[in-house]
Design a protein around this ligand. Structure first.
Ligand code: EPU
Length: 346
């Protein structure tokens, strides 16, 4: 285990914000964490777990000890009659892992193609796109307790998945509280890919692709290609334009709360949820407030998708946060709806 000093993080956060880790340790296996915990000084330091950096806004150099997750490896654990279980190291690239499962002949993750970030980050925010959420394909994960070094396994219920949410996004302030943020590092994740494979096609953009191509029974590979095409057309590639995907969650409100808004703004994009609540398209709300293409310093609102904030080149985390707050204020003033950011501000 080597402690690196003043490590540039620009290449390790998808916003491409310039910042440094004062101290950084690469975690390639649980042994690296155990070695770190055996050093009393390092063990006592506050720690920050960094995956692919696709869901963070860095507002300055990171003072806690950065644990850069680099646990690798992919394997098929079980190819049974009702499901295939595959396992991937938390440090593996998410999109490459999705492509790998398809190359092995196992569909199930294709709707989640091209999501930036790592395998280890996928359960943290329960990534989701085009009608599939990670929790629909999740089997279990192994994580290591950053205080005791104990490796433990969590199933889906224990991860407490919600919309872009899990136990890993919550901080436990005192012993016994719910939340593992900052307390555990995910080492590897197992996915359950159901058999027989069934396509998930309900999402409007995918239905459009079916209509355009005339393909009524697409293969998993075909859906993968469609999802890649849809995402590339409206979401910026973080390798070219820094961004963290959707910057805000789509707010869920009661029908009562939004019936007057819907009456006032008949064009508002909304979806009725199974529990009777209504999900509003945050991108539409931001767009309606005229934010598309606007900027604060070098941070901007993406021209093709108002839900995505981008780094136009040299943006600071402060500019991103200022822009986000201004958007929240104008959406609140016009619609009375509070938008909740998705990324973690560090
Ligand atoms: N819309 C606008 N203007 C905009 C953006 C969107 O009017 O500037 C409208 C669209 O026309 C559409 C609706 O809002 O009718 C929804 O837009 P879209 O289909 O692009 O999906 P989204 O709700 O904005 C969510 C996820 C994305 C995911 C897509 C597809 C969240 C926060 N975002 O976006 O996830 O890829 O659905 O499933 O739930 C991410 O989390 O980083 C992410 C990209």
């Amino acid at each position: 285990m080597i402690v690196e000093q003043n490590v540039p993080l620009q290449a390790h956060n998808s916003f491409g914000i310039v910042a440094k880790a004062r101290e950084l340790v690469r975690v390639r296996s649980e042994d690296d964490v155990l070695a770190l915990l055996a050093d009393a000084q390092l063990a006592a330091k506050p720690k920050f777990v960094l995956g692919g950096g696709s869901n963070i806004v860095l507002t300055g150099d990171v003072r806690p000890l950065v644990l850069k997750v680099e646990t690798l490896g992919r394997r098929v654990l079980e190819d049974g009659p009702r499901a295939t279980i595959v396992e991937a190291g938390a440090g593996e690239n998410w999109h490459e892992t999705v492509a790998w499962t398809l190359a092995q002949g196992f569909g199930g993750l294709e709707n989640l193609a091209l999501i930036p970030g790592t395998v280890g980050a996928s359960p943290v925010q329960n990534v989701g796109a085009y009608g599939v959420e990670l929790q629909d394909r999740f089997e279990s994960l192994d994580a290591i307790d950053l205080a005791s070094g104990r490796v433990f396994t969590l199933d889906a219920a224990q991860c407490a998945f919600g919309y872009r949410d899990s136990v890993f996004k919550h901080e436990a302030v005192q012993e016994g509280d719910f939340g593992l943020s900052g307390r555990a590092l995910i080492l590897r994740v197992r996915f359950r890919l159901p058999k027989p494979w069934k396509p998930v096609l309900g999402y409007l953009d995918l239905e459009r692709k079916m209509a355009e191509t005339g393909i009524r029974t697409p293969s998993a590979q075909q859906i993968f290609d469609w999802v890649c095409a849809i995402r590339s057309a409206k979401l910026p590639d973080p390798r070219v334009i820094g961004n963290a995907g959707s910057f805000f969650k789509n707010p869920t409100v009661t029908l009562e709360q939004c019936s007057d808004i819907i009456a006032r703004e008949p064009g508002i994009v909304h979806y009725r949820m199974a529990d009777g609540s209504v999900k509003l398209a945050a991108g539409w709300l931001i767009d309606a407030c005229g934010w598309k293409g606007k900027s604060v310093g070098n941070a901007g609102v993406y021209e093709k998708q108002a839900l995505v904030l981008v780094n136009r080149g040299g943006a600071t985390g402060g500019e991103v946060v200022t822009l986000a707050r201004a958007i929240q204020t104008s959406v609140y003033e016009r619609f009375g709806i509070r938008l909740e950011p998705e990324p973690v501000v560090v």
